[in-house]
Design a protein around this ligand. Structure first.
Ligand code: PMP
Ligand code: GLU
Length: 394
């Protein structure tokens, strides 16, 4: 018997970032010496003070259900963080803590999207946004950008895409997969259009701490005034900033009704995110920032070390990132030089022949590109680059 599945689930594509990462891991287990530059996850272990805080919380008896949207202490710490880093005021009722930023984004789309509502997503995008919009019954509307505009959406293109059905825009800065970051003026111009057309802004700020420029230049779109604040859902979490991808803690800060709706969903979907992970996140936000800051420094150093090498690989056209830990590279020419009809096929050959796993840009809506994550041990990253270089010269 053919097991019927829901239309909802049938229309969703698997995550290419997770798929390729899993494939590389499997090849490794089979004894193949693959280097994975796929997953965007810090290679560092979670800082020791955070691990200890989780142990302590368990020993102190924090092993039971908590409110679905998170413990008050963590919400207070997030509120202080938003005030300290972004001059944003959020009360406890305006904060939702979920099982990673991915679950938080999912809940946000579920909370605001009605069937047929359109959500504007600049291209390239993180693989998960369009699928989550579809799962909420919405329609992703893609707006193209390009290398020469630093992969940033232009206000005129944003405005052209707005229809009577548009409900929201997704902004992600610093960006996955490009590492690009919007300046305050650029962000404000986009925010003004959202205000004018009465749209929500989903501001995914998960790479906020991994911005290499002057920290005072990095602002949240919610901070430009009340009319911006009241329609923005800020999304962030501990995965990238504190090397805590496996702990699964993310949060949203936004309008009370939206946050309350997300809490109601969690009541019936996940209940609270793991309580020990919540205590660990509390330590991340309130404890010493010395170790995380060393990690941010290390990512920037790797970027500076490897970017010039990428520029020298035949057929590679990389863009220098402002933050995050990804190189987004136009590889159309490289694919052609090696006789491949697509960059997808080239990426597959890199995996099977050069033994380097990269994510093809098709997953991010730009099929001429590849993404390399340098949240990878630098010696391994160097070896991977040498392999790619050799592969191109062969
Ligand atoms: N947003 C972006 C842009 C990401 O790259 C990621 C990484 N997975 C997430 C959200 C989700 O992060 P997490 O669920 O680990 O908090
Ligand atoms: N966000 C990371 C990435 O893009 C982790 C994998 C995922 O959840 O997509 O690689």
């Amino acid at each position: 018997m053919k097991q019927p599945l829901s239309n909802r689930v049938e229309q969703v594509a698997p995550s290419p970032t997770l798929f390729i990462t899993a494939k590389a891991k499997k090849m490794k287990q089979e004894g193949i010496d693959v280097i994975g530059l796929g997953a965007g996850e810090p290679d560092f272990n979670t800082p020791e003070n955070i691990i200890q805080a989780a142990y302590r919380s368990m020993e102190e008896g924090h092993t039971k259900y908590t409110p679905s949207s998170g413990i008050k202490e963590l919400k207070d710490a997030i509120s202080e963080k938003l005030k300290r880093d972004q001059s944003l005021d959020y009360s406890e009722e305006q904060i939702f803590v979920g099982t990673g930023a991915k679950h938080v984004l999912y809940s946000a789309f579920q909370a605001i999207i009605n069937p047929g509502d359109e959500v504007i997503i600049p291209v390239p995008y993180w693989v998960t946004y369009p699928e989550q919009v579809k799962l909420a019954g919405g329609v992703p509307v893609f707006v193209e950008t390009g290398f020469d505009q630093d992969f940033k959406i232009l206000p005129a293109d944003f405005e052209k895409a707005i229809t009577a059905k548009t409900k929201a825009i997704v902004l992600n800065s610093p960006n996955n997969p490009t590492g690009m970051s919007y300046s305050s003026d650029e962000l404000k111009a986009l925010g003004e259009l959202a205000v004018q057309h009465d749209l929500y802004m989903i501001s995914d700020e998960i790479y906020e701490k991994l911005y290499y420029g002057d920290k005072s230049d990095l602002v949240s779109v919610a901070s430009f005034g009340p009319e911006f604040y009241e329609r923005t859902i800020v999304v962030n979490g501990v995965s990238k900033a504190y090397a805590m991808t496996g702990w699964r803690i993310g949060y949203a800060a936004g309008p009370r009704p939206v946050i309350a709706a997300m809490g109601k969903l969690a009541d019936h979907m996940t209940s609270n995110p793991s309580v020990s992970a919540q205590y660990a996140a509390l330590e991340a936000y309130t404890g010493s920032q010395e170790v995380p800051e060393k990690m941010y420094q290390a990512f920037e150093e790797r970027m500076e070390r490897f970017y010039p090498q990428l520029e020298k690989i035949p057929g590679f056209k990389p863009k220098k990132p402002d933050g995050a830990f990804y190189f987004f590279i136009e590889a159309k020419e490289a694919a052609k030089q090696k006789g491949f009809h697509s960059v997808d096929a080239f990426a597959e050959a890199l995996l099977n022949q050069a033994l380097v796993a990269v994510i093809p840009g098709s997953g991010f809506g730009m099929p001429d590109y590849i993404r390399l994550s340098y949240a990878t041990d630098p010696d391994l990253f160097q070896t991977a680059l040498n392999r790619i270089q050799d592969f191109m010269m062969k």
